[in-house]
Ligand binder design. Structure first.
Ligand code: PBG
Length: 326
Protein backbone atom coordinates (compact mmCIF):
# COMPACT_ATOMS: atom_id res chain seq x y z
CA UNK A 1 0.00 0.00 0.00
CA UNK A 2 1.45 3.37 -1.05
CA UNK A 3 0.97 6.07 1.57
CA UNK A 4 0.16 9.56 0.26
CA UNK A 5 3.00 12.05 0.51
CA UNK A 6 0.76 15.06 0.00
CA UNK A 7 -1.35 15.44 3.09
CA UNK A 8 -3.53 18.57 3.00
CA UNK A 9 -5.29 17.28 6.11
CA UNK A 10 -2.17 18.15 8.16
CA UNK A 11 -3.25 21.78 8.10
CA UNK A 12 -6.83 20.95 9.01
CA UNK A 13 -6.21 18.99 12.15
CA UNK A 14 -5.86 21.69 14.82
CA UNK A 15 -8.21 24.62 15.49
CA UNK A 16 -5.54 27.37 15.70
CA UNK A 17 -3.73 25.91 12.69
CA UNK A 18 -6.91 26.06 10.64
CA UNK A 19 -7.28 29.70 11.73
CA UNK A 20 -3.69 30.45 10.74
CA UNK A 21 -4.08 29.14 7.21
CA UNK A 22 -7.61 30.43 6.55
CA UNK A 23 -7.59 32.32 3.26
CA UNK A 24 -10.73 34.37 3.83
CA UNK A 25 -11.61 36.38 6.91
CA UNK A 26 -14.99 37.96 7.24
CA UNK A 27 -14.99 40.99 9.50
CA UNK A 28 -17.38 43.60 10.82
CA UNK A 29 -15.57 46.13 8.63
CA UNK A 30 -16.77 44.37 5.50
CA UNK A 31 -20.44 44.93 6.22
CA UNK A 32 -23.11 47.46 5.32
CA UNK A 33 -26.46 47.31 7.14
CA UNK A 34 -29.57 47.96 5.03
CA UNK A 35 -32.17 49.90 7.05
CA UNK A 36 -35.75 50.92 6.35
CA UNK A 37 -37.31 54.14 7.61
CA UNK A 38 -41.04 54.69 7.26
CA UNK A 39 -42.91 57.94 7.31
CA UNK A 40 -45.86 58.44 9.63
CA UNK A 41 -45.51 55.54 12.06
CA UNK A 42 -45.13 55.89 15.81
CA UNK A 43 -43.44 52.58 16.56
CA UNK A 44 -41.15 50.27 14.54
CA UNK A 45 -43.04 47.78 12.38
CA UNK A 46 -41.60 44.27 12.10
CA UNK A 47 -41.40 42.87 8.55
CA UNK A 48 -42.81 39.36 8.68
CA UNK A 49 -40.86 38.04 5.69
CA UNK A 50 -37.62 39.51 7.10
CA UNK A 51 -37.48 38.23 10.69
CA UNK A 52 -35.41 40.52 12.87
CA UNK A 53 -35.71 43.49 10.48
CA UNK A 54 -38.15 46.38 10.99
CA UNK A 55 -39.43 49.47 9.29
CA UNK A 56 -38.01 52.13 11.58
CA UNK A 57 -39.40 55.36 12.88
CA UNK A 58 -36.94 58.26 12.68
CA UNK A 59 -36.29 57.77 16.39
CA UNK A 60 -35.75 54.00 16.26
CA UNK A 61 -33.54 54.51 13.20
CA UNK A 62 -31.28 56.80 15.22
CA UNK A 63 -31.14 54.19 17.98
CA UNK A 64 -30.31 51.45 15.49
CA UNK A 65 -27.53 53.53 13.95
CA UNK A 66 -26.14 54.30 17.41
CA UNK A 67 -26.00 50.54 18.09
CA UNK A 68 -24.27 49.89 14.76
CA UNK A 69 -21.70 52.60 15.49
CA UNK A 70 -20.97 51.01 18.87
CA UNK A 71 -20.59 47.62 17.21
CA UNK A 72 -18.11 49.01 14.68
CA UNK A 73 -20.25 48.59 11.57
CA UNK A 74 -18.76 51.07 9.10
CA UNK A 75 -21.83 51.86 6.98
CA UNK A 76 -25.61 51.74 6.66
CA UNK A 77 -27.73 52.09 3.52
CA UNK A 78 -31.14 53.72 3.87
CA UNK A 79 -34.40 52.89 2.12
CA UNK A 80 -37.48 55.03 2.59
CA UNK A 81 -41.12 54.03 2.89
CA UNK A 82 -43.17 57.17 2.20
CA UNK A 83 -46.71 57.81 3.44
CA UNK A 84 -47.77 58.85 -0.08
CA UNK A 85 -46.67 57.66 -3.50
CA UNK A 86 -47.15 59.38 -6.85
CA UNK A 87 -46.52 58.85 -10.57
CA UNK A 88 -42.94 60.14 -10.60
CA UNK A 89 -41.85 59.21 -7.08
CA UNK A 90 -41.37 62.77 -5.89
CA UNK A 91 -40.73 61.59 -2.33
CA UNK A 92 -37.31 60.53 -3.58
CA UNK A 93 -36.24 64.14 -4.17
CA UNK A 94 -38.52 66.18 -1.91
CA UNK A 95 -36.33 67.83 0.77
CA UNK A 96 -39.02 66.75 3.22
CA UNK A 97 -39.11 63.19 1.89
CA UNK A 98 -38.58 60.60 4.61
CA UNK A 99 -35.02 59.63 3.67
CA UNK A 100 -33.89 63.23 3.33
CA UNK A 101 -35.33 64.11 6.74
CA UNK A 102 -33.73 61.02 8.28
CA UNK A 103 -30.36 61.77 6.65
CA UNK A 104 -30.33 65.31 8.03
CA UNK A 105 -30.96 64.01 11.54
CA UNK A 106 -28.41 61.23 11.24
CA UNK A 107 -25.66 63.35 9.79
CA UNK A 108 -26.18 65.90 12.52
CA UNK A 109 -26.05 63.24 15.23
CA UNK A 110 -23.36 60.92 13.90
CA UNK A 111 -21.24 63.07 11.57
CA UNK A 112 -18.50 60.92 10.09
CA UNK A 113 -18.76 58.11 12.65
CA UNK A 114 -20.65 55.94 10.19
CA UNK A 115 -20.88 56.10 6.40
CA UNK A 116 -24.41 57.12 5.45
CA UNK A 117 -25.42 55.58 2.15
CA UNK A 118 -28.70 56.30 0.39
CA UNK A 119 -30.27 53.88 -2.04
CA UNK A 120 -31.12 56.03 -5.04
CA UNK A 121 -34.22 54.82 -6.83
CA UNK A 122 -37.89 55.70 -7.10
CA UNK A 123 -39.68 52.36 -6.79
CA UNK A 124 -40.47 52.92 -3.12
CA UNK A 125 -42.03 56.26 -4.06
CA UNK A 126 -43.96 55.57 -7.27
CA UNK A 127 -47.63 54.60 -7.29
CA UNK A 128 -46.92 51.97 -9.99
CA UNK A 129 -43.87 50.51 -8.22
CA UNK A 130 -41.45 50.81 -11.13
CA UNK A 131 -37.91 52.11 -10.73
CA UNK A 132 -38.55 54.98 -13.12
CA UNK A 133 -41.15 57.27 -14.62
CA UNK A 134 -43.47 55.83 -17.26
CA UNK A 135 -44.07 57.07 -20.80
CA UNK A 136 -47.49 57.16 -22.46
CA UNK A 137 -47.21 53.47 -23.36
CA UNK A 138 -46.60 52.57 -19.74
CA UNK A 139 -42.93 51.69 -20.30
CA UNK A 140 -40.15 53.02 -18.09
CA UNK A 141 -38.70 56.09 -19.83
CA UNK A 142 -34.92 55.92 -19.37
CA UNK A 143 -33.97 59.55 -19.91
CA UNK A 144 -36.91 61.09 -18.10
CA UNK A 145 -35.98 58.85 -15.18
CA UNK A 146 -32.39 60.11 -15.21
CA UNK A 147 -33.68 63.61 -14.53
CA UNK A 148 -35.55 62.37 -11.47
CA UNK A 149 -32.48 60.42 -10.28
CA UNK A 150 -30.35 63.58 -10.53
CA UNK A 151 -32.83 65.48 -8.40
CA UNK A 152 -32.83 62.62 -5.87
CA UNK A 153 -29.01 62.55 -5.78
CA UNK A 154 -28.89 66.27 -5.03
CA UNK A 155 -31.56 65.97 -2.36
CA UNK A 156 -29.72 63.09 -0.69
CA UNK A 157 -26.33 64.82 -0.88
CA UNK A 158 -27.80 68.05 0.48
CA UNK A 159 -29.33 66.09 3.36
CA UNK A 160 -25.94 64.60 4.26
CA UNK A 161 -25.50 61.31 2.37
CA UNK A 162 -21.82 60.39 2.04
CA UNK A 163 -22.55 57.83 -0.68
CA UNK A 164 -25.45 57.58 -3.13
CA UNK A 165 -26.27 54.17 -4.53
CA UNK A 166 -28.26 54.19 -7.77
CA UNK A 167 -30.16 50.91 -7.98
CA UNK A 168 -32.58 51.44 -10.85
CA UNK A 169 -30.46 50.05 -13.72
CA UNK A 170 -31.21 52.94 -16.09
CA UNK A 171 -28.63 53.41 -18.83
CA UNK A 172 -26.32 56.32 -18.12
CA UNK A 173 -27.45 56.76 -14.52
CA UNK A 174 -23.97 56.91 -13.02
CA UNK A 175 -22.70 59.54 -15.46
CA UNK A 176 -25.81 61.69 -15.08
CA UNK A 177 -25.68 61.56 -11.28
CA UNK A 178 -21.92 62.25 -11.18
CA UNK A 179 -22.37 65.33 -13.37
CA UNK A 180 -25.28 66.58 -11.25
CA UNK A 181 -23.34 66.11 -8.01
CA UNK A 182 -20.19 67.75 -9.35
CA UNK A 183 -22.19 70.62 -10.80
CA UNK A 184 -23.65 71.38 -7.38
CA UNK A 185 -20.36 71.19 -5.47
CA UNK A 186 -20.80 67.63 -4.17
CA UNK A 187 -17.65 66.20 -5.69
CA UNK A 188 -16.85 64.40 -2.40
CA UNK A 189 -20.08 62.39 -2.46
CA UNK A 190 -19.23 58.92 -3.75
CA UNK A 191 -21.31 56.70 -6.03
CA UNK A 192 -21.76 53.04 -5.21
CA UNK A 193 -23.34 51.73 -8.40
CA UNK A 194 -25.64 48.75 -8.44
CA UNK A 195 -23.89 47.85 -11.69
CA UNK A 196 -24.86 44.24 -12.29
CA UNK A 197 -28.30 43.94 -10.77
CA UNK A 198 -30.31 40.99 -11.92
CA UNK A 199 -34.08 40.66 -12.32
CA UNK A 200 -34.04 38.17 -9.48
CA UNK A 201 -36.83 36.32 -7.74
CA UNK A 202 -35.01 36.97 -4.46
CA UNK A 203 -36.25 40.51 -3.81
CA UNK A 204 -39.71 39.47 -2.56
CA UNK A 205 -39.26 40.20 1.15
CA UNK A 206 -37.69 43.57 0.33
CA UNK A 207 -40.81 44.55 -1.58
CA UNK A 208 -42.83 43.74 1.54
CA UNK A 209 -40.40 45.90 3.51
CA UNK A 210 -40.97 48.93 1.28
CA UNK A 211 -44.66 48.24 0.48
CA UNK A 212 -44.05 47.92 -3.26
CA UNK A 213 -46.27 46.06 -5.66
CA UNK A 214 -45.41 46.41 -9.30
CA UNK A 215 -48.51 47.55 -11.21
CA UNK A 216 -50.39 44.92 -13.17
CA UNK A 217 -48.28 42.08 -11.79
CA UNK A 218 -45.39 43.48 -13.82
CA UNK A 219 -41.69 42.88 -13.41
CA UNK A 220 -38.39 44.69 -13.86
CA UNK A 221 -37.04 42.70 -16.78
CA UNK A 222 -36.92 45.73 -19.08
CA UNK A 223 -34.22 47.30 -16.91
CA UNK A 224 -32.69 44.72 -14.56
CA UNK A 225 -30.44 42.09 -16.08
CA UNK A 226 -31.40 38.67 -17.41
CA UNK A 227 -29.84 36.12 -15.06
CA UNK A 228 -28.73 34.00 -17.98
CA UNK A 229 -26.10 36.62 -18.85
CA UNK A 230 -22.62 37.00 -17.45
CA UNK A 231 -20.70 38.92 -20.14
CA UNK A 232 -23.41 41.54 -20.13
CA UNK A 233 -22.71 42.12 -16.44
CA UNK A 234 -19.07 42.86 -17.22
CA UNK A 235 -20.12 45.43 -19.81
CA UNK A 236 -22.46 47.06 -17.29
CA UNK A 237 -19.62 47.25 -14.76
CA UNK A 238 -17.20 48.73 -17.32
CA UNK A 239 -19.71 51.36 -18.34
CA UNK A 240 -20.38 52.37 -14.75
CA UNK A 241 -16.65 52.74 -14.12
CA UNK A 242 -16.26 54.89 -17.23
CA UNK A 243 -19.15 57.03 -16.02
CA UNK A 244 -17.49 57.61 -12.66
CA UNK A 245 -18.59 54.88 -10.25
CA UNK A 246 -16.44 54.69 -7.10
CA UNK A 247 -17.69 51.26 -6.00
CA UNK A 248 -19.36 48.67 -8.24
CA UNK A 249 -21.93 46.20 -6.99
CA UNK A 250 -23.21 42.78 -7.97
CA UNK A 251 -26.68 41.82 -6.76
CA UNK A 252 -27.90 39.33 -5.53
CA UNK A 253 -24.84 37.57 -4.13
CA UNK A 254 -25.09 33.79 -3.73
CA UNK A 255 -26.49 32.94 -7.15
CA UNK A 256 -23.97 35.28 -8.77
CA UNK A 257 -20.65 34.29 -7.20
CA UNK A 258 -19.27 33.71 -10.70
CA UNK A 259 -20.06 37.31 -11.60
CA UNK A 260 -18.49 38.62 -8.38
CA UNK A 261 -15.33 36.63 -9.10
CA UNK A 262 -15.09 37.83 -12.69
CA UNK A 263 -15.68 41.44 -11.74
CA UNK A 264 -13.07 41.20 -8.98
CA UNK A 265 -10.47 39.84 -11.40
CA UNK A 266 -11.11 42.60 -13.95
CA UNK A 267 -11.51 45.79 -11.97
CA UNK A 268 -9.45 47.63 -9.40
CA UNK A 269 -12.26 49.44 -7.66
CA UNK A 270 -13.89 48.15 -4.49
CA UNK A 271 -16.47 45.49 -5.33
CA UNK A 272 -19.66 45.23 -3.30
CA UNK A 273 -22.20 42.42 -3.25
CA UNK A 274 -25.73 42.56 -1.90
CA UNK A 275 -26.84 39.48 0.05
CA UNK A 276 -30.49 40.29 -0.58
CA UNK A 277 -33.72 39.89 1.31
CA UNK A 278 -34.64 36.52 -0.21
CA UNK A 279 -31.22 35.10 0.60
CA UNK A 280 -31.62 36.20 4.21
CA UNK A 281 -35.23 35.01 4.40
CA UNK A 282 -34.34 31.53 3.10
CA UNK A 283 -31.87 31.05 5.95
CA UNK A 284 -34.37 32.37 8.49
CA UNK A 285 -37.19 30.16 7.23
CA UNK A 286 -35.21 26.95 6.84
CA UNK A 287 -33.52 27.35 10.22
CA UNK A 288 -36.86 28.16 11.91
CA UNK A 289 -38.03 24.76 10.64
CA UNK A 290 -34.94 23.13 12.07
CA UNK A 291 -33.73 22.12 8.60
CA UNK A 292 -30.44 24.01 8.62
CA UNK A 293 -28.27 25.57 11.28
CA UNK A 294 -28.84 29.34 11.22
CA UNK A 295 -25.47 30.58 12.43
CA UNK A 296 -23.41 28.08 10.48
CA UNK A 297 -25.16 28.70 7.18
CA UNK A 298 -25.22 32.49 7.59
CA UNK A 299 -21.46 32.63 8.20
CA UNK A 300 -20.78 30.12 5.40
CA UNK A 301 -22.77 32.16 2.88
CA UNK A 302 -21.32 35.54 3.82
CA UNK A 303 -17.81 34.11 3.80
CA UNK A 304 -18.45 32.61 0.36
CA UNK A 305 -19.41 36.04 -0.96
CA UNK A 306 -16.17 37.46 0.40
CA UNK A 307 -14.13 34.51 -0.94
CA UNK A 308 -15.62 35.09 -4.39
CA UNK A 309 -14.13 38.59 -4.31
CA UNK A 310 -16.50 41.02 -2.63
CA UNK A 311 -14.78 43.66 -0.50
CA UNK A 312 -18.07 44.99 0.82
CA UNK A 313 -21.18 42.98 1.68
CA UNK A 314 -24.60 44.53 2.17
CA UNK A 315 -26.46 42.19 4.49
CA UNK A 316 -29.41 42.06 6.87
CA UNK A 317 -27.13 39.93 9.07
CA UNK A 318 -24.78 42.88 9.73
CA UNK A 319 -25.89 43.66 13.27
CA UNK A 320 -26.20 39.98 14.21
CA UNK A 321 -22.72 39.26 12.87
CA UNK A 322 -21.21 42.20 14.73
CA UNK A 323 -22.90 41.22 18.00
CA UNK A 324 -21.65 37.68 17.60
CA UNK A 325 -18.12 38.89 16.88
CA UNK A 326 -18.01 40.92 20.12
C1 PBG B 1 -34.64 49.08 -5.72
C2 PBG B 1 -34.03 48.06 -4.85
C3 PBG B 1 -34.47 46.75 -4.64
C4 PBG B 1 -33.58 46.18 -3.72
C5 PBG B 1 -32.63 47.14 -3.40
N1 PBG B 1 -32.91 48.29 -4.12
C6 PBG B 1 -35.69 46.07 -5.12
C7 PBG B 1 -35.90 45.75 -6.53
O1 PBG B 1 -35.06 45.96 -7.39
O2 PBG B 1 -37.00 45.28 -6.80
C8 PBG B 1 -33.68 44.76 -3.21
C9 PBG B 1 -32.91 44.45 -1.97
C10 PBG B 1 -33.24 43.15 -1.33
O3 PBG B 1 -33.99 42.31 -1.86
O4 PBG B 1 -32.74 42.94 -0.22
N2 PBG B 1 -34.80 50.30 -5.05
Amino acid sequence: MAFPTHRPRRLRLGGPLRELVAETRLGVNDLVAPLFVREGISSPQPISSLPGVSQHTRQSLREEIAALVDLGIPAAILFGVPAHKDEIGSGAFDPNGIVQVALRELSEEFGDRIVLMADLCVDEYTSHGHCGVLNSRGDVDNDATLEVYCRAALAQATAGAHVVAPSGMMDGQVGAIRAALDGAGFSDVAIMAYSAKYASGLYGPFRDAVDVQIAGGGNRKSYQQDWRNAREALREVEEDIQQGADIVMVKPALSYLDIIAQVRSRVNLPVAAYHVSGEYAMIKAASANGWIDHDGVAIEQLTAVKRAGADIILTYFARWFAERAQ
